[in-house]
Design a protein around this ligand. Sequence first.
Ligand SMILES: Cc1ncc(COP(=O)(O)O)c(C=O)c1O
Length: 324
Amino acid sequence: MNSYATDLSTIYEAYERIKNVVHRTPVQTCRQLSRHGGADIHFKCENLQKVGAFKYRGASNVVLSLSDQQASAGVVTHSSGNHAQALALAAEQRGIPAHIVMPSNAPQVKQDAVAGYGARIILCEPTLESRETTAAAIVAETDATFIHPYNHAGIISGQATVALELFEQVSNLDVIIAPVGGGGLLSGIAIAAKAINPAIRIVGAEPAGADDAFRSKASGQLIAQTSPNTVADGLLTSLGDLTWPVVRDLVDEIVVVDDFQIISAMKLIMERAKILTEPSGAVSYAAAVKIDFESADTSVACVISGGNMNLSRISELIENCRDR
Ligand SMILES: Cc1ncc(COP(=O)(O)O)c(C=O)c1O
């Protein structure tokens, strides 16, 4: 048997650790969106998770797993997105320092959100190399623990708790669709869900402009994403060496959607189901619309992974989408 970054019993332990600090997010349905998707669709609303994204699950699991000695030196990451906010909040709740390396072009609202959780922000050049060397320098200077946004066993275990809740909230689930960036969420869900019900179908939803998981799976080899380009800004990253084997072995398929399909899905979800989703969060439903399900009764969970975006950006995206 293959061994992966985590397993079901470790995921249950993670859930015990975090269940009193994370929100058990609701599952919502909408008849019109089910009809449009050709299945019985359930939206797992991680846009309503603390910090507005599932990322708080993994971050709090890792921060709560640190020994007191490790914790006292704090945590470090490089991220301009939801992981930065999630780690900053998890650190604040444990009362330990968080050092967040952000590219100098990260929007002010994101810097403000991270600073609002009391984290120290270190700006760097907007390149992966600069982010990595800056984070390494902070680790050397402070002895803080580096927490990777997805290629980390504790992060994957935390994200996997989405699947544990889904099994409790929806009976007889046939399919789970989750977005894939670096694959922390998707691989965690796949490990938990296949261990609970090997017959369940796990689908990764990926933007066409960052389709490294699709290409990796098609070729059987990990292919890194170069120059990603998509409106789904949480999904720009490449799979890592912990997430790739899970996507390769336990994910049934990756469905690729273009930006027009993502924005159309986002608009429908907001208009019909009243769920505020960011583009990355709408990718799972965009994929559902593309899939030909066996019957309208097929029970499908779409993970709405996050809801963080400027309100003015929503109308801008929808206007541009209309022009196409
Ligand atoms: C809203 C949202 N959805 C999905 C993802 C992708 O998660 P992962 O990198 O674990 O695949 C991210 C990552 O930042 C995100 O912020």
